[in-house]
Write a protein that binds this ligand. Structure first.
Ligand SMILES: Nc1ncnc2c1ncn2[C@@H]1O[C@H](COP(=O)(O)OP(=O)(O)OP(=O)(O)O)[C@@H](O)[C@H]1O
Length: 250
């Protein structure tokens, strides 16, 4: 379990998060949802220790994230940010191989190579393995970044808007792979704007608004009309389609 208590974050002298109190259940998929600018990426970056807190604590299990040595944290938690920039003259294989760095320290074993090849295949990138990143489409590059993150092999995986640039088939593929990771016991947190996807795949939802948590709980507690209408200040309809919640604005 990840526990966030009274978290406040200020960026460039602007208060961004205040009094964030939330828990992320271990071994489940948690969707982080909410309007643009609500603070989702900032919360994810704070959990990944990429953004410092002004106040409050974040614990993995019962250990404060500030008490982890960098390598220990990298073996425990992997994060893909929304704005990841990568060197254009890297191949897909090189990029995904970087995910193994906390294990290999640059000396990849056969097991590291096998893990890289496996995740490249799961992401349907095998035909692009030796292509430079700047020759890929936006969606192919996005899948390579997700593959790098999963190659790290951590118990906790944080993905900020992983479905950016993905067509509906590849979005489904990524969500299925994320679910497979959860079935293996991993804790996956994804920032998602597609509430239908969040409602279909996640176990748990944290809804943010104006820098704090507006609602949280199992999917049914958050992906419903009153909560979403309030969250987005817009009428939202949730249509049941064979057990799937289709979320639309009306
Ligand atoms: N370096 C910064 N300095 C000042 N304000 C910032 C900085 N970075 C982000 N912000 C502001 O913090 C707020 C929260 O940003 P954040 O990226 O966490 O939101 P988000 O919920 O992920 O949004 P989106 O859905 O648009 O990606 C926004 O109002 C943003 O403009």
């Amino acid at each position: 379990m990840i526990t966030v208590r009274n978290l406040s974050v200020t960026l460039d002298r602007t208060p961004i998060l205040h009094d964030v109190d939330t828990t992320v259940p271990a071994g489940q998929m948690t969707a982080l949802v909410g309007p643009n600018g609500a603070g989702k990426s900032t919360l994810l970056a704070a959990i990944g220790r990429l953004t410092a807190a002004d106040a409050g604590t974040i614990e993995i299990g019962d250990k404060n994230i500030s008490d982890f040595a960098p390598r220990d944290l990298a073996l425990r938690l992997a994060i893909m940010r929304q704005d990841t920039h990568v060197a254009p003259r890297l191949t897909v294989r090189d990029l995904v191989g970087f995910g193994r760095y906390p294990h290999s320290h640059g000396r990849m074993t056969q097991q590291d190579h096998n893990i890289v090849d496996d995740i490249i295949a799961r992401m349907e990138l095998t035909e692009f393995t030796d292509r430079f990143l700047d020759t890929l489409s936006g969606g192919q590059r996005q899948r390579a970044l997700i593959a790098m993150t999963l190659a790290q092999g951590t118990d906790i995986v944080l993905l900020d808007e992983p479905l950016n640039n993905l067509d509906l088939v590849h979005a489904r593929r990524v969500m299925k792979i994320a679910r497979e990771e959860v079935e293996k016991g991993k804790t996956v947190i994804l920032v998602l704007h597609d509430l239908t996807v969040a409602g279909s795949y996640a176990d748990h939802v944290i809804a943010m608004k104006n820098g704090t948590v507006a609602a949280q709980g199992p999917v049914d507690d958050v992906i419903n009309e009153p909560v979403l209408t309030d969250l987005y200040d817009t009428p939202v309809q949730v249509i049941d389609a064979n057990g799937h919640k289709i979320v639309v604005t009306v």
